[in-house]
Design a protein around this ligand. Sequence first.
Ligand code: FAD
Ligand code: NAD
Length: 539
Amino acid sequence: MFHLSKRLLHGTPRVFNVPRTKPSALRTTWKVASRSVLAAVVGAGAYVSYKLYEEVHPAEQQKQLPAFENGMKKKTLVILGSGWGLIPLLKNLDTTQYNVVIVLPRNYFLFTPLLPSCPTGTVELRLIIEPVRAITRKRKGEVLYLEAEATDIDPVNRKITLKQLTTVHSGHLGKDLSSLRLTLLEDIITHLEYDYLVVGVGAMPLTFGIPGVAEHLTFLKEVSDSIQIRRRLMDVIEAANILPRDDPERKRLLNIVICGGGPTGVEVAGELQDYIDQDLKLWMPEVAEELHITLVEAMPHVLLTFNEKLVEYTQQVFQDTNINLVTNTMITKVTDTRVTAHHKADGTEDEIPYGMLIWATGNAIRPVVKGLIAKIEQQKNARRGLLVNEHLLVDGTDNIFALGDCTFTKYAPTAQVAFQQGQFLAKHLERLHAADELHYRLLREPENKERISRKLARVQKLMAPFEYNHQGALAYIGLERAVADLVWGDWSNVLTGGPLTFLFWRSAYIYMCLLVKNQLLVCLDWAKVSMFGRDISKE
Ligand code: FAD
Ligand code: NAD
């Protein structure tokens, strides 16, 4: 005992003199690799935590003011819409340079690429909605949001007419809107004046005025459409289930017709077929066996803007999954139970009974845009959207810009185009502000005329035209497969389709979600569906 404590006090005597062995190269590599992985995991965790914290802790904002410190009037920039074009505009614009007011009928941004995944419950609808205030509240300068629909634009008097959709006014408008030139009528804002206006109201579903379309079918453009498709799907399944197998009404109910083989029609067909094969088959095998999807396309093939190899692959996947593809056929009439299909090849017509009809035939101009077109002489040839110049300025105006699906340009109406236009316009508006400020100084400081004019010339030179950088197109086609037509610069074009492309499709869209919170939750939804399947109950 005494000996032991003495040893402890004076340290353990050396007993053996063992030479230290050198760790093997493999062990060293393993150590370095595991430490690097650990560091990466900790780093990524810290980054995600920081981003999540930042998302829910917006900083103080600079309030809106009638004028800048130098006395120059602060211009009112009114933005109509909060879609794919206007979100990047809001994110990139220095909002202290303008009194920014955003007007839109819904207070969120809708992440459309995942909308086809919502009716079947592959992704929860709430997760593809991102509150507009999650962006506006984080800008340096205050951005006012008015929940209203713009019903008219008066380009001469620089004024828009608004229709407020809410009916719950209690006597006061809670906000200090004194910096803005608003017309109030019993607390309802009716008119709003602007110095600059950006129109990004998107498009509405195209129906070609086909009889019966508006009354009997469902589109897939808005949140409400997804809810309606879900409800109708569950209704037809349950209604058919109680009918005998040979009842023609059961056959009708269990036919889902999708009109339009563009990316929307193809993606929703793929998602619905997945639902039938992966979920309904487990719980209602007889119904699942009889539930059919018919996709009707007016042209000889689907996905007109995709490469033909990808089109062939898509059509093959449709054949494998029993999606009934009817091409070269136009739907010309719609009743509550049947569509009339005109086969272009032989000019014949037949009737297809349906239980649910989804209409995805492209974009039409919104009434507010139509109204603006009618007021501007230079827009008289605009048939499919506002005509804009290379700086996205609406032809025939000097202070209205437009972007995205409400314009007609040489580019396809996609989120990708609208997004890049929004980024461009943010920079352009900042340069316009710089130019406005220099013009103001030119009047106030005649002694510095030469210096200011040189600066002005430099700013004007920076106002380059919009250039679109096409990165390709992606679409989900069902059976956990996607197609991708990818472009890298001018020199490379990659065509790919299959399960790996599906993973790429998922990663690409996760990356594009605006909020980290939604990125995490959408991934969790996908994991949940692969483990427990989708829900088959009615909400
Ligand atoms: P939108 O995003 O439609 O936004 C319009 C905004 O204007 C909305 O906020 C709306 O509330 C508001 N608004 C409407 N009327 C008024 C009014 N009167 N006053 C004020 N505000 C108004 N493109 C891709 O590139 N990749 C995809 O994967 C893809 N998937 C899609 C899937 C579906 C189901 C759909 C329908 C479209 C998809 N698109 C995709 C196309 C893409 O969504 C559009 O090109 C894009 O949304 C256009 O952006 P935008 O800003 O012009 O209009
Ligand atoms: P679309 O214009 O791309 O396709 C509509 C299709 O409907 C066309 O192929 C047309 O021939 C067909 N059609 C029209 N009338 C018909 C009729 N009466 N009967 C049968 N077929 C008819 O429309 P969309 O799919 O709604 O897409 C709109 C825009 O959104 C497009 O620019 C598209 O590129 C974009 N979008 C992209 C993606 C993606 O990239 N994954 C997904 C959805 C939408």
